[in-house]
Design a protein around this ligand. Structure first.
Ligand SMILES: *[C@@H]1O[C@H](CO)[C@@H](O)[C@H](O)[C@H]1NC(C)=O
Ligand SMILES: *[C@@H]1O[C@H](CO)[C@@H](O)[C@H](O)[C@H]1NC(C)=O
Length: 622
C-alpha cells in the first residue's frame, strides 16, 4: 500500500489545556473572540472541521518509525484445509449510496456552547479512566476501577489499549495516541498467556481497533499489527469446511503436524456471522483476497440456509457449523449471541460500496420477520408516550404452536434502533427508519424510568396486543408481574416493592448496568440521521446518570443495581468497551456532525469506524 502523507496542518490543538487556551486567546485577542469565548465555553476556538483535526493528529504519523514486534510469524503458520480459489472482493466502482446523515444547518452560538461544554465533560470522563489505565494497568486488558489494578481477560494483549486507540485519536489526545501506538507496536501476537482465545472478541476489539486507528491515522505500524493478528485469526478458518472456530487454540494452530480443526457443532450466530466487516476491511486495505474469502464463505452459508431455519428468514441463536445446519435450534433473539450478525448485513453492504447484493438480501429477508415476530409495543400507563415505543424480545419456534414473543428486553438489544434506522437510510425504507426511532425511544424510556436514570441489563414488560392502541389494563399488568414473582408469590404489591418495579415493567431480570454502549449508540445514529435536538438532551441525561452511578476512584465500574438510588458502590470491573464505545458515542453525539460522518465511515460492532469506499472526484465526474 502506498501511504498518502497527510498535509501538515496549522498548529491546531483540539480541546487543549488551559495554557494553550490562554495562548490562543491572547494571540487572537480582541473583543470579538473574547465575547465568543465568553458565550461559547472554553473550547470554542478549537472546534475545527474534521479535515483540520485529521491534519493535526496525523502530521506525526510514521515519523517515529515504530517497528512491529512479534515472537512468531503467523504468515508462516500452517493452513491444512487448503482453499482452491479465493472469492474475490466484488469488482467495480463503488456505488453512491443514499445519504445517511441529516443535512445539518449551521448551529447558533448558544447551541454550540451547550454542545461543546457537554463534549468537554465526556472527554474529561475519558481522560480520568485513561489516566488510571496508563498509570495502573498499562498494556493489561482492563483497568480494575475500584482497586486500581490490571486484569487480563481477552488474550492479555492489552485489550483496552488497542480498543481505545481511535477514541484517543478522535478526542485529540495526540501524545497519548502516539504513546499508545508505540505500546501497540510492542504487543506480541505471537503468543498468549491464555490457551485459547475468543475469535469473535479478538476480531471486533483488537482487529477492529487496529484497522480503524489505521484508517484514521495512516500510521503504518497499526496495519502491520492488523496483518499479524489477521494472519493468526485466519487460522480459525483452518477447519474441514473452513467455517471459523469459536475459540482458537494458539499453540496448536502453529503445529505443522497437527491436522487442522473441525468446525464447532455448536457456535452462536454472533460468533460465526460478525467477522465479516473486520476481515473485509483487512482484505480491502491489504488487497489480499484470502481475508475476504474466509468470511464470504460464512455469508454464502447464511444465504443458502436463510430459508431453512425454524423461522425462515431469521437465524437461530445456535448453529451447527460442522454440519452447516441452521434448522435445529428453535431459539431466536436480537440480543446476546446473535445481535452483531444482523447488524453487519446493512453495514457490509455499505462497506462494500453497494456492490454485493447478498447483504441486501440477507437484510431484506430478515428485517420484516424481526418486525413481525419480535418487536412489540410495551403496555405503559401513558398511552401517548407508549405509542412511540418499541422493544425487541425473543421467540422460540415450536412446531404447531403460534410464535409468541417473550418480552425480554436486553440492554445489548438497544443497538437495534440504530440498526433499523441506518438500514432504512441505506435501503431507502422509511418504515425501517421509523422502527429505529421507536426502538431508540424505547431504550431512552427505559433509562428514564429507573430511579438512577440508567437502564438495566435485562427486563420484561407487558406486551400490547396492538401497536396502534394499547389502553392500560391493571389486571393484565398484575398478572404479568406475578408470572415473574417467586419470593412473594401471588402478592402483587409486595412483588412490586421488593423488586422496585417502575410501573409498566413486569420484571427486572438483571438489574446491573455493565457500562454498555448500545443505547447511546442508537441515540447517536438517530441524531445524525434526523438532526432532532432532543436526542442531545436525552444523551446528556444518560451521560450524567451513568456517570453518577458508575464513577469510582480510578475510573468507572459496572453498576450492580440501577434501581438503588443513591446508587451503591460499583463493581471492580471496567470492560474495554467503556472507553472504546460508550464514551466514544457520547463524545461523537456532542461533536460537530462531520466528526466521523456516517456517509464516509461505517462502525463495526465495537464502535470502530472503517472508511467507506468512495468514487474519487474524477470518477464521480466531479
Ligand atoms: C425465502 O422466503 C421468503 C419469504 O417466504 C421469500 O420472499 C424469499 O424469496 C425466499 N428466498 C429464497 C432464496 O428462497
Ligand atoms: C384486561 O386484562 C384481563 C386479564 O388479562 C382481561 O381478562 C381483560 O379482558 C382485559 N380488559 C380489557 C378491557 O381488555
Amino acid at each position: 500500500m502506498v501511504r498518502i502523507k497527510m498535509p501538515r496542518g496549522a498548529a491546531y490543538k483540539p480541546l487543549s489545556r488551559r495554557h494553550n487556551r490562554i495562548l490562543v486567546y491572547a494571540l487572537l485577542g480582541g473583543i470579538t473572540i473574547g465575547f465568543l469565548y465568553y458565550c461559547s465555553g472554553p473550547i470554542d476556538a478549537l472546534a475545527v472541521p474534521f479535515s483540520a483535526h485529521e491534519a493535526y493528529m496525523n502530521d506525526r504519523a510514521n515519523v517515529d518509525g515504530f517497528i512491529s514486534r512479534g515472537s512468531y510469524d503467523w504468515r508462516k503458520a500452517p493452513f491444512h484445509n487448503k482453499i482452491e480459489s479465493y472469492t474475490p472482493l466484488p469488482a467495480g466502482k463503488p456505488r453512491t449510496l443514499p445519504p445517511i446523515q441529516f443535512d445539518f444547518p449551521p448551529e447558533t452560538s448558544s447551541q454550540k456552547a451547550r454542545r461543546e461544554s457537554r463534549r468537554v465533560a465526556v472527554r474529561n470522563e475519558f481522560e480520568r479512566s485513561w489516566g488510571s489505565y496508563k498509570k495502573y494497568a498499562w498494556t493489561r486488558d482492563e483497568l480494575m476501577p475500584l482497586t486500581g489494578k490490571g486484569d487480563d481477560t481477552f488474550g492479555a494483549w492489552g485489550a483496552t489499549l488497542v480498543d481505545s486507540l481511535d477514541t484517543l485519536w478522535m478526542m485529540g489526545f495526540k501524545d497519548d495516541f502516539y504513546d499508545a501506538v508505540e505500546a501497540v507496536a510492542h504487543i506480541d501476537f505471537g503468543k498468549s498467556s491464555m490457551n485459547t482465545i475468543s475469535v469473535f472478541e479478538t476480531t471486533i476489539r483488537y482487529l477492529g481497533g487496529l484497522l480503524s486507528a489505521y484508517d484514521l491515522s495512516n500510521e503504518k505500524v497499526l496495519l502491520d499489527k492488523a496483518i499479524q493478528l489477521g494472519e493468526m485469526l485466519y487460522r480459525a478458518f483452518d477447519t474441514t469446511n473452513n467455517m471459523p472456530l469459536d475459540r482458537l487454540p494458539i499453540e496448536t494452530a502453529k503445529r505443522a503436524e497437527a491436522p487442522g480443526f473441525s468446525a464447532d457443532n455448536q457456535i452462536c450466530f454472533a460468533a460465526i456471522g460478525s467477522l465479516t466487516m473486520e476481515f473485509t476491511r483487512l482484505a480491502q486495505i491489504t488487497q489480499q483476497p484470502k481475508f475476504y474469502d474466509a468470511v464470504a464463505r460464512v455469508t454464502a452459508l447464511l444465504d443458502r440456509a436463510q430459508n431453512t431455519t425454524r423461522i425462515p428468514g431469521l437465524f437461530p441463536t445456535w448453529i451447527n457449523a460442522q454440519h452447516e445446519d441452521l434448522a435445529h435450534d428453535r431459539s431466536f433473539t436480537l440480543g446476546a449471541m446473535a445481535d452483531s450478525s444482523y447488524e453487519y448485513f446493512p453495514k457490509m453492504y455499505a462497506l462494500l460500496g453497494g456492490l454485493e447484493p447478498v447483504y441486501e438480501k440477507l437484510y431484506k429477508d430478515s428485517a420484516p420477520l424481526i418486525d413481525k415476530h419480535m418487536l412489540f409495543r410495551p403496555m405503559i400507563p401513558d398511552t401517548q408516550v407508549g405509542q412511540d415505543l418499541l422493544y425487541c424480545g425473543n421467540v422460540d419456534a415450536y412446531d404447531d404452536v403460534e410464535i409468541k414473543v417473550d418480552p425480554r428486553m436486553q440492554h445489548l438489544t438497544c443497538f437495534i434502533g440504530g440498526f433499523f434506522a441506518l438500514a432504512g437510510r441505506i435501503f431507502e425504507n422509511t418504515h425501517d427508519v421509523d422502527l429505529g426511532a421507536k426502538l431508540t425511544e424505547g431504550c431512552i424510556f427505559a433509562y428514564k424510568s429507573m430511579p438512577t436514570g440508567v437502564m438495566p441489563e435485562i427486563f420484561h414488560t407487558a406486551v400490547c396486543e396492538s401497536r396502534l392502541s394499547c389502553p392500560w389494563n391493571q389486571t393484565f399488568y398484575e398478572e404479568e408481574v406475578l408470572k415473574h414473582s417467586y419470593k412473594n408469590k401471588g402478592d402483587f404489591e409486595a412483588t412490586v416493592q421488593e423488586k422496585r418495579l417502575p410501573k409498566g415493567f413486569t420484571n427486572l431480570d438483571d438489574k446491573r448496568y455493565l457500562l454498555r454502549p448500545e443505547a447511546i449508540e442508537s441515540v447517536f445514529i438517530m441524531y445524525r440521521i434526523t438532526g432532532y435536538e432532543e436526542y442531545l438532551d436525552h444523551a446528556w441525561d444518560m451521560f450524567v446518570s451513568v456517570q453518577k452511578g458508575s464513577t469510582t476512584k480510578y475510573g468507572n465500574g459496572q453498576m450492580l443495581d440501577v434501581t438503588a438510588n443513591p446508587p451503591g458502590v460499583p463493581e471492580d470491573k471496567m470492560e474495554s468497551f467503556w472507553l472504546a464505545e460508550t464514551l466514544k458515542y457520547f463524545y461523537l453525539i456532542f461533536s460537530p456532525p462531520d466528526m466521523i460522518d456516517l456517509d464516509d465511515w461505517v462502525f463495526n460492532t465495537e464502535a470502530h469506524p472503517f472508511r467507506r469506499p468512495k468514487l474519487t472526484k474524477m470518477e464521480a465526474g466531479g
